[in-house]
Each structure stands twice: as C-alpha cells, then as structure tokens.
Design a protein around this ligand. Structure first.
Ligand code: 4AD
Ligand code: MG
Length: 441
C-alpha cells in the first residue's frame, strides 16, 4: 500500500469537478467499474462525492500502468491524474483523460469485492452493510438523511429552541415498560432511554423552548418495515403550550424539512428514483382529524378497527392514503396512550395527544401532545400504571414548582428519511441498523 504519489495536479473531488474544466487534477478514490475496448480502458471512479468516467489510452501511459488498470479489481483504491473534459453525454457532465494512475491498495483477484451490480438478497447486503454503503443508492440515502438532520437543527435553532441533550442511561420508563432495554448500572438496574421527553419537560421549564436529539432504544420484538431497536428521535418541548401548538409546529417543521430536501438534494432523489410529485405537496396546512373521525374513515375503508383500539400498521397506511399530505390525528382514547398525557377537560377519557401520519404508506412519523400538568392526577396515573413513584419524584416536582401547560413531540428520523426517499424499509436509512435479528456489523 502506498500513497507516495506527490499530487502534481490539484486534488479535486468528483462532486466539485466542474470548477476544473480543461485542467489536470488528481482524484483520490476507488475503482467503481471498468470497461475495456481494445486500446482503450474506460474506468469509472468514485470518491464519495460522485462518479466520473475516465479514459485511458494505451499509448498515453506506460505499458505497465495500462496493464495495472486493466487487471485491477473493483473497489481497489487509486490516485488518478487526468485532464477534465466536459462531455454532455457523460453522467456527471465530465470525463477524465487519464495521464497517471497509482494503485493505493489492490483488491485481490482471489477475493473480489462481494457486492456486484447483480441483484443480491437483503440478508447478504445487510451482512455486508459496511461495504454496501459504498454503492450510489446507499450513498444518496445517507446524504438525504444528513440533509434531513441539518434541516431539523436549522429549523429549531432558528425558531428559538435550545438544544439540551438528555441522558441515555435512565432509571425509569417513558413509553411503557414492555419495550425497555435493561442494563446493569453498577449496583442498580438502568434502562436505555426510549425518549428524552420527561427530561425535556424539565428543561423547557428552565429555558422556555428546548429540544433533544439523539439515539433512543426500544426492545421491539416486531419485525416490521417501520421499526428499529435503535433509532434517532428529535423532540422539541415548549412551556406554555397546548396540543394545537404541537400541530402548528409539526406541520411547519415537516414541511420545512421536506421542501429543504427537494431544494438541496435533487440529484440524490434522482439516484434513488424518488417520484417527487407527492413531496411537492407537503406544505401547511395539514388536515387535522379526531381519533373518532379516523375510526370512521377506517371502518369505511374496510378496517376491523373498533373504537378504543390502537391503529395497527395497516390502519396507518389506510389513513395515510386518504390524504395527499400528512394527516394529524388528535384526541386519542387515554387508555391507549402514555401515562403523561393531559386529558381533554370535556371528555376525560380522551388524551390531548396527536400523531402525524405520513402519506404513501409510511405511517406515524410524529407522536406528541400536551402533558399532564396537575400533580395529583399525574401521581394517580403513575400508580395506576404500576410505575415506581420514587423514580418519578423529580418528574412530579415539575408539577409542584410552577407547573404550566406544556407540550411537545418526538419525530423519528428514520421514518422521515424512509418516506422522503420512498424506501421499502427503514433499515436503509441508517448506516448500521439495529433490529430484532441484526447486531452485526
Ligand atoms: O410515538 P412515540 O413513542 O413518542 C414518544 O416517544 C414521545 N415521548 C415523544 C415526545 O412527545 N417527545 O415515538 C415518537 C416517534 C414515532 O412517531 C416514530 O416516528 C418514531 O418516534 N419511532 C420509531 N422509529 C423507528 N423505530 C421504532 N421502533 C420507533 N418507535 C418510535
Ligand atoms: Mg407513537
């Protein structure tokens, strides 16, 4: 392995190659593909920022260099020097007339790169996720994810929310005890966080509007296309806010994120072959319907749902199909929602919770609502749910010292990326997914 080549030409990235038209540059990358035609070799290089086709003339380089490229295995790493030439037929608009090529590390002929252009099964690709990430489609998905995350941060930072990180080791459940990952914490039990919400409620009383953004964990034994055991959630929380404020923020937030990806990542969406027409429509206002209305719609569409039941994946898909943009469903039966939800004053059997359900079958992307602000009622709920009151003493304190109406939500990044990219499954939206049967690589 050697990297001794002294770049005699400026180092360029393929993504930024247009700035070098007519000049000689050095590209540091990998051999993505190779085609041979007599005295010509047509390698395609990738460097993480794009693909470019090179042309190597047998006569333009020393014979051993021509042979070296001719026999080079895909995904070998290379330093390539060449002159940039605009060519409208070329995929990125440019080609490279190669004058020098140095192999940094040659992949062995006996052990070629396992991922080829032919179809592979999902298990095989997942087992080789560390290498699969190099392919253009996966590259594009990760870039869209990055854009979604930048948009999330920009939106909240520009709207007065303060980022406050919440802990990952926690002493108690937030979203029900059935999906807790337990771990030993010195001489006591701890759980990996399911949500930073309870802590956000403390930080919003300190700072007004806050958010946390980090990995969250759920012991989800279900094998669906929407569930990971480790996923990233962004959670804004606002003091002096109600359920309507959650809906206002949700529609603005989601619309901003989707429009920003359309604006800044058109090339990636094209690589993924995403039909962007449905995304163009994602602008406020979003339809708002009650749980009662949602149940009526579902029954009409043939669902078996009964009033009081929670929506399954199939129900969410049916609801999503009914609207051309995300739909916000509010006023769920309190019995199917978390212990901390504020009851509706008119109908206390209903909770002031709201879920945002994405169109095109992507299901719930946001869950949130107004939090219970009364001390005694909250204590009662904690007891009813058999949660340990000692672990929630600090949380109850928030209702003792200047309790105010407050509200917020959590949005799963992977669900949003799957929807924006139009993917079959959330597993491709994160570099190294963690699922029921996947802990490697
Ligand atoms: O609806 P959830 O469970 O809500 C909460 O955790 C609240 N405490 C959030 C809050 O109000 N601050 O989860 C919120 C979102 C879901 O809408 C979904 O997008 C995502 O998190 N999510 C998952 N994403 C991937 N895999 C899973 N297993 C997920 N579970 C929830
Ligand atoms: Mg939910």
């Amino acid at each position: 392995m050697s990297e001794e080549i002294q770049p005699q030409a400026p180092v360029a990235t393929i993504g930024g190659i247009a700035a070098y038209d007519g000049q000689e540059v050095t590209i540091r990358g990998w051999l993505y593909n190779l085609r041979e035609s007599g005295k010509l070799l047509f390698p395609i290089f990738r460097d993480g920022t794009g693909l470019i086709q090179g042309v190597m003339f047998k006569k333009a380089v020393p014979p051993e260099m021509f042979e070296a490229l001719k026999n080079l295995q895909l995904e070998s790493s290379v330093l390539v020097r060449g002159k940039v030439r605009a060519d409208q037929r070329a995929p990125g608009g440019f080609e490279l007339d190669i004058t020098n090529l140095q192999v940094v590390q040659a992949v062995s002929q006996d052990d070629p790169f396992p991922i080829t252009l032919k179809e592979h099964g999902v298990d095989f690709l997942m087992e080789h996720r560390h290498l699969w990430l190099r392919t253009p489609r996966q590259n594009a998905i990760l870039r869209v994810r990055h854009e979604v995350i930048r948009a999330v941060r920009d939106y909240l930072d520009d709207h007065g929310f303060v980022l406050v990180d919440t802990p990952i080791f926690t002493p108690a459940a937030c979203e029900g005890t059935t999906t807790l990952f337990e771990t030993q914490y010195f001489d006591q039990k701890a759980y990996l966080t399911q949500s930073g919400q309870l802590y956000n409620e403390a930080t919003c009383a300190a700072l007004g509007k806050t958010y946390c953004f980090g990995p969250t964990f759920r012991d989800e034994k279900s094998k669906t296309r929407r569930h990971l055991t480790e996923f990233w959630m962004v959670e804004p929380e606002m003091a002096y806010a109600h359920m309507d404020d959650v809906m206002d923020l949700s529609e603005q937030f989601i619309s901003y994120i989707v429009q920003r990806v359309l604006e800044r990542r058109p090339a990636e969406l094209k690589t993924i072959e995403r039909n962007t027409a449905p995304l163009e429509r994602v602008r406020p206002p979003f339809p708002r319907i009650s749980y009662d209305e949602a149940v009526e719609i579902l029954k009409r569409k043939g669902s078996e749902i009964q009033w009081g039941g929670d929506f399954g994946n199939a129900d969410e898909t049916l609801l999503g199909e009914e609207f051309d943009r995300p739909v916000m469903v509010h006023h769920y039966p309190a019995a199917i929602k978390a212990f901390y939800m504020q009851p509706d004053p008119q109908r206390p059997d209903l909770a002031l919770g709201v879920d945002v359900i994405a169109p095109e079958g992507y299901g719930e992307v946001i869950g949130g609502g107004e939090r219970m602000s009364d001390y005694n009622l909250l204590l009662q709920r904690i007891r009813e749910q058999n949660l340990p009151p000692q672990a929630f003493a600090w949380y109850l304190d928030l209702r003792k010292y200047g309790s105010v109406p407050h509200a917020g939500f959590g949005m799963g990044i992977e669900r949003v990326v799957a929807w924006v990219c139009g993917l079959e499954h959330v597993r491709e939206t994160i570099a190294f997914p963690r699922m029921l049967y996947r802990l490697y690589p």
